[in-house]
Ligand binder design. Structure first.
Ligand code: GLN
Length: 320
């Protein structure tokens, strides 16, 4: 059988970028500093259930901020858009993911893709699900990944012990009434959700689940409500790459989310989930190789939402 064009493309990209050494492994969560900076994986999952992998695509790492669009979706399902909007905005902040600032006037975090917004979202979930919150999150993430996921206890404990900045953010939110009184418990769930272990393959399937209107394209399980998938992708499109989100939309042009352990998940609506792993981060906390590979994929296959120079998504359709 002939090797698929997408498989050839990601193998070539892996080859081209595997020697790149730009960027630094995150160390502010001490346990993350143990990551091997040379590990590098790329996986694509299509909405009709094909998987293409190259490099270290089965290596587990913690999901970190890539959990944020998913918990946002869960909050929208549980509370509806109106209630969620009272607690968190949908405006790009233009600031770092861990910025200690809230919107003028409303005192809401700017958006749910930065730490303050994500902690608020998890606190909302905690208000409703209490001690069951983390299990509920893990179950829904597992449904999206198509296998039972688990948590990395060492990373969780490391972040719990050293997460003073996030703790300060949680207390600031508590001061403004944006989170309920059990802010510490909610923060604990937030640390746990960030410590869920995934592989590139898992993230690609989770991305493909979003691309496939919330239904896992392999197991056919409906992981997220149809109506919230639109909101999850919209917020990833405008805010998913922190203070690089504008440039990302300009250059790559698809919804995406990154995390400080080195993962990037991108979604080509109705077609593809893309995941990369490389722990070397740029100064904004995005995986350096992840950005470059996604940009190359977008260019090669016309994935950018507004691409009209090449054949755009119709070209990809012929490949799937
Ligand atoms: N757990 C990390 C933190 O809160 C997540 C941040 C990220 O991935 N950018 O600092």
């Amino acid at each position: 059988m002939e090797t698929h064009e997408l498989q050839i493309a990601i193998e070539q990209m892996h080859e081209r970028w595997k020697g790149a050494t730009a960027g630094e492994v995150a160390t502010y969560i001490p346990e993350l500093g143990r990551a091997d900076p040379d590990k590098f994986g790329i996986t694509l999952a299509t909405t009709n259930g094909h998987i293409y992998q190259s490099g270290d695509s089965d290596l587990p790492f913690t999901i970190q901020s890539i959990s944020k669009p998913f918990t946002f979706g869960l909050a929208l399902e549980a509370f509806g858009a109106k209630r969620v909007a009272q607690h968190v905005g949908v405006e790009p902040s233009g600031d770092a993911f861990n910025a200690i600032e809230l919107q003028n006037g409303s005192n809401r975090p700017h958006n749910p893709m930065i730490n303050s917004g994500a902690i608020t979202v998890t606190a909302l979930l905690h208000e409703k699900y209490g001690n069951e919150t983390f299990d509920m999150i893990l179950e829904r993430f597992s449904l999206a990944a198509g296998r039972p996921l688990s948590m990395d206890r060492a990373v969780y404990e490391s972040e719990y012990r050293t997460g003073h900045r996030n703790r300060a953010i949680a207390h600031l939110l508590l001061n403004f009434g944006m989170v309920h009184d059990a802010a510490e418990e909610a923060l604990d769930v937030y640390f746990k959700q960030c410590s869920i272990l995934v592989t590139c393959r898992d993230l690609a399937v989770m991305g493909a689940t979003l691309a496939n209107m919330g239904m896992n394209p392999i197991t056919r399980a409906q992981a997220f409500d149809l109506a919230t998938v639109k909101c999850m992708m919209a917020i990833m499109f405008t805010c998913g790459m922190y203070d690089y989100s504008g440039e990302w939309a300009y250059r790559v042009g698809v919804p995406a989310k990154s995390g400080v352990s080195g993962g990037v998940m991108a979604v080509v609506n109705r077609q593809l989930g893309i995941a990369t792993y490389s722990a070397r981060l740029d100064p904004r906390g995005n995986s350096h190789r992840g950005i470059e590979v996604c940009a190359e994929l977008a260019n090669s296959f016309g994935l950018h939402a507004f691409d009209c120079l090449n054949m755009g998504s119709s070209f990809l359709d012929t490949l799937l």
